[in-house]
Design a protein around this ligand. Structure first.
Ligand SMILES: Cc1cc2nc3c(=O)[nH]c(=O)nc-3n(C[C@H](O)[C@H](O)[C@H](O)COP(=O)(O)OP(=O)(O)OC[C@H]3O[C@@H](n4cnc5c(N)ncnc54)[C@H](O)[C@@H]3O)c2cc1C
Ligand SMILES: NC(=O)c1ccc[n+]([C@@H]2O[C@H](COP(=O)([O-])OP(=O)(O)OC[C@H]3O[C@@H](n4cnc5c(N)ncnc54)[C@H](OP(=O)(O)O)[C@@H]3O)[C@@H](O)[C@H]2O)c1
Length: 595
């Protein structure tokens, strides 16, 4: 019997293993990963040339293992994919985790043990590998289970009519690493189409264009259009401000809807309340976001006036087509940074990249046909940067367990009673959030279910999944309510400060596994629907679906329009960690976030 089984050797799984081993070096910990190297998104097999972090050095390292100590990264630079991989490998070696990892092994099914106090995990791996590791069976039994499988592992591929006749490479952006050579280094591939309007699409367009390809970039007309992808710095008056740091300053977080309690323990600080509900405060907030919006447009140089025209712009391609339709207020963490060495705008204005705001009606050999008689283009490859599915990468069995676990599940896995229960919680939450943040009540896009997955008629609409409904964004609410603290999910939401967030989640999980977390006086199941419990949904961005947590129909709940706001001062968090204090069983997520 394993003490703690961790599925996933990305940043979350590695940090979890380190945290648990520091607490008890003798515990039997096994980490599984379907890749052959550590790093998850940053594993060797997923890297593609030009991949860099959105973040600037040094905000992607763990507090107890600074990148500078291992000579990785340069101040003021984005960290490259290779550097992130090297860093996470060094981290795993430094904390002696490598020998605990079983690579090339996929967990396929999870079910509770016979007495419901542990877990059985079915695994699949190459037979020769399984025979060389210490665990000789394909069924693992563990007392505690950590799901660190990430939210960007199951590619969401559009189902395009005619794809069976498409005789050229058709791949997802997540395969850019393994297929880079065969597609973008293939001398027969000259013209590449890229589908999607968010950060992966930017990266794919950039990679294809800078490797000499003519690029047709398709952003569907029926969707929400392009995301904000802006420079890392902006200007505030005469000062150059680092955007990533700006969003971590408490003063700027007040302008965002955030339902986490403030330091004094109130549900909402008077400043935030003033800024979001008082007439004068609302006007100030509106102005703040208008200025932010205008500045971001200028920073991105979307509008071609003489001032914004950059070197190399010869205006053959219209760059304004990439301007997102709404204020950055509505985009939250689905924004990205222009972390490229070459000027992205020049690739479009020079005509090397042509942007099509069209829906695809169907595809045929070498050809992509647009809807509404908008023509067709002939290409040599189609890369779909269409994001990731909300479907968990492991089958939790039986399906009846899904409600208790709070994991995304197809609505037909829930009983009518369970659906009604969640609907009621959502309605209550919507009421409270709408009262506190009235501007969220009328988002700029439709909130009807019909528009949540806008697809042209020829594409199939994916099965809809329910959102993550985890206690504190980590623990299964039903099991927690029943006193069973044997399972946690890490990183099922994302923020701009992912690494500190992972460290905090691991500490909270350790506390939780040891029954040291003070649970709310009412059952977590119900309490989750109240404000401080909405952590997973904050990350789900205000626009509802676009981005990396596409689990909830847009507009079905106001909670989906809230954004995670790191309200802690990261320097203090770091000082706390650097002081060597690793674990305080009394810590609760709120305390951790608010230090
Ligand atoms: C291209 C790209 C760029 C990104 N850039 C940034 C960035 O700049 N800044 C940032 O903060 N975040 C970024 N992210 C988000 C990224 O998800 C986080 O940086 C971080 O990798 C999350 O770590 P994780 O360990 O939770 O998940 P992951 O890194 O996704 O790791 C999960 C691991 O679980 C394994 N796994 C999944 N299912 C199974 C299974 N059934 N059996 C066995 N193993 C399994 C996977 O193989 C993977 O190795 C980016 C994501 C992508 C896709
Ligand atoms: N560090 C980096 O440089 C980097 C690089 C890549 C990714 N990332 C991160 O990875 C995460 C995921 O980003 P992502 O860009 O892969 O996914 P994403 O943010 O979910 O974006 C998916 C895009 O595809 C579109 N789309 C979805 N289904 C479609 C369909 N059927 N047909 C046409 N278009 C469709 C979406 O637009 P609509 O649904 O509105 O039409 C959206 O524009 C983000 O957190 C991002 O920051 C980081």
């Amino acid at each position: 019997m394993i003490d703690i089984l961790i599925i996933g050797a990305g940043p979350s799984g590695l940090c979890a293993a380190k945290t648990f081993l520091q607490h008890n070096p003798n515990s039997k910990i096994v980490i599984l990963d379907s890749h052959s190297t550590v790093g998850g998104v940053w594993s060797k097999e997923r890297l593609y040339p030009t991949l860099r972090t959105n973040n600037l050095y040094p905000t992607m390292d763990f507090s107890d293992f600074p990148m500078k100590d291992v000579g990785i990264g340069r101040p003021g630079h984005h960290i490259t994919g290779e550097e992130m991989h090297a860093y996470l490998t060094a981290y795993a070696q430094h904390f002696d985790l490598m020998k605990k990892i079983q690579f090339n092994t996929r967990a396929v099914r999870v079910q509770q043990g016979p007495t419901n106090d542990g877990w059985k995990v079915e695994i699949q791996g190459p037979a020769d590998l399984i025979s060389t590791v210490t665990i000789p069976t394909t069924l693992l039994e563990t007392k505690k289970l950590v799901m660190a499988t990430g939210i960007l592992g199951v590619p969401s591929m559009p189902s395009l009519s005619g794809s069976s006749t498409f005789d050229i490479p058709l791949l997802h952006s997540s395969a850019l690493g393994p297929q880079y050579q065969s597609v973008l280094q293939n001398p027969n591939i000259n013209r590449v189409a890229v589908l999607g309007g968010s950060k992966s699409a930017y990266d794919t367009v950039y990679l294809a264009a800078t490797t000499g390809h003519k690029v047709d970039w398709i952003i569907r007309k029926s969707g929400r259009g392009p995301s904000w992808v802006f420079p890392s710095h902006t200007k505030i008056g005469p000062f150059k401000a680092w955007r990533e740091k700006l969003v971590n300053r408490q003063i700027s977080t007040f302008f965002s809807p955030c339902v986490l309690p403030d330091r004094s323990g109130n549900q909402i600080s008077w400043i935030r309340e003033f800024l979001h509900t008082n007439k004068i405060g609302k006007a100030v907030t509106k102005k703040f976001w208008e200025i932010m919006h205008e500045d971001t447009i200028k920073d991105c140089r979307y509008r071609s006036d003489s001032k914004s025209k950059g070197k190399g712009d010869d205006e053959r391609g219209d760059f304004s087509v990439l301007e997102p339709p709404h204020s950055p207020f509505w985009y939250g963490t689905s924004s990205g940074t222009l972390n490229y060495e070459q000027d992205f705008k020049a690739l479009v204005t020079s005509g090397q990249v042509t942007v099509h705001r069209e829906d695809i009606s169907h595809i045929s050999p070498h050809t992509i046909h647009f809807s509404d008689n908008a023509g067709a283009i002939t290409v040599d490859a189609l890369i779909c940067a269409t994001g990731y599915s909300a479907k968990p990468p492991i089958d939790f069995f039986p399906r009846e367990l899904h409600f208790q676990l709070g994991i995304p599940t197809s609505t037909d896995s829930l009983t009518e009673e369970q659906k009604v229960a969640w609907d009621e919680y959502d309605k209550r939450a919507d009421g409270i959030i709408g009262e506190r943040f009235p501007q969220l009540v009328s988002p700029p896009w439709s909130t009807t279910d019909n528009n949540t997955n806008p697809s042209p008629p020829s594409t199939k609409i994916d099965t809809k999944y329910t959102p993550w409904r985890l206690h504190r964004g980590i623990a299964p609410p039903g099991l927690t309510a029943a006193g069973n603290n044997s399972l946690v999910f890490l990183s099922m939401h994302s923020s701009v400060t992912n690494i500190p967030r992972i460290e905090l989640q691991c500490l909270w999980s350790l506390s939780y596994f040891h029954d040291k977390v003070t649970l709310p006086s009412i059952a977590p199941f119900a309490f989750r629907a109240l404000l401080p419990e909405f952590l997973p949904e904050f990350a789900q961005k205000r626009q509802g679906k676009q981005g990396n947590l596409r689990t909830k129909p847009a507009g079905a709940s106001l909670t989906t329009r809230l954004q995670i706001q790191p309200v802690h001062k990261s320097s203090k968090t770091r000082r706390y960690f650097n002081d060597g204090v690793r674990f305080d069983p009394l810590w609760d997520m709120e305390d951790i976030i608010l230090i």
